[in-house]
Design a protein around this ligand. Structure first.
Ligand code: DGL
Length: 275
């Protein structure tokens, strides 16, 4: 049993899709969330920069005495080198393994689409991991760099014509390829799952990376005997590296009534980039 909070990080708001699912599957667990809103997006940056930022984010969470770290960010997950992850002295998960596992179970025709940030798609990590699971899978990947700014700016309503147009353009090759399962490999994307689902069609299964990571974290904590022994109202603290007001206004898009209160402001550059 471990009553310390779970640490969740993202480049901005996207990781809140994982928080939403954690609140559902682990309602008694305290959470500390860090969104690097001052340095978002990560998905257009080089792996070296993303790694440096991610280590600072993790050191911030460790400073808050978390019992595990969830990188609720596809970009961080796919760029953190194995050699860095090997040094972690705490339970850790990103979104890659949980999401790939869920997609492999969901697909019927073996054609799986992956949409994510440009940096994530460039790593080829999703394709590698899916093929390692079953080399008969055919994987079609597509970077969707405009989705993150659209979400961060609140262009998320199902009838938003700008986001719909962008989605139609990005998703056309995946539809043509006949994928029956689509991995939303960036944690911002579940917020516009309504639009993505409309464009892809009702028979395509969408895999929500936030949900998959939350389910996986629940299994890890359970297996390692690290679930909290407390019951009742859990405490969730939010921290960001830019204007907390802006974050609070948009957080309801992700969490609905689950977001109450405010976020603290952090100078993330003051944290070490060594782990
Ligand atoms: N939410 C992040 C991801 O899952 C990244 C968005 C960004 O910073 O570009 O990849």
């Amino acid at each position: 049993m471990d009553n310390r909070p779970i640490g969740v990080l993202d480049s901005g708001m996207g990781g809140l899709t994982a928080v939403r699912e954690l609140m559902r599957v682990l309602p008694n667990e305290d959470i500390v969330y860090f969104g690097d809103t001052g340095r978002v997006p990560y998905g257009t940056r080089s792996p070296e920069i993303v790694t440096r930022y991610a280590i600072q984010d993790i050191n911030f969470l460790l400073d808050h005495n978390v019992k595990m770290v969830i990188a609720a960010c596809g970009t961080v997950t796919t760029t953190l080198p194995e050699e860095v992850i090997g040094r972690f002295q705490f339970p850790y998960t990103g979104v890659l393994h949980p999401t790939v596992r869920a997609a492999a179970t969901a697909t019927r025709n073996g054609k799986i689409g992956v949409i994510a940030t440009a940096t994530t798609i460039r790593t080829g990590a999703y394709e590698r991991e899916l093929k390692a699971m079953n080399h008969d899978f055919s994987v079609i990947s597509k970077a969707c760099p405009m989705f993150v700014p659209l979400v961060e700016n609140g262009y998320v309503n199902r009838d938003n014509q700008v986001t719909r147009l962008v989605a139609e353009e990005y998703l056309a090759p995946l539809r043509e390829a006949g994928v029956d399962t689509l991995i939303l490999g960036c944690t911002h994307y579940p917020v516009i799952a309504g639009i993505i689902g409309d464009v892809m069609g009702a028979d395509v299964v969408l895999i929500d990376s936030g949900r998959a990571a939350a389910d996986y974290a629940e299994q890890m904590l359970n297996q390692q005997g690290l679930l909290t022994g407390r019951s009742g109202q859990a405490k969730i603290e939010f921290y960001v590296s830019d204007d907390p007001g802006q974050f609070s206004r948009n957080a309801t898009l992700f969490l609905g009534s689950g977001f109450q209160g405010t976020a603290g402001k952090v100078d993330i550059t003051a944290y070490s980039d060594i782990i």
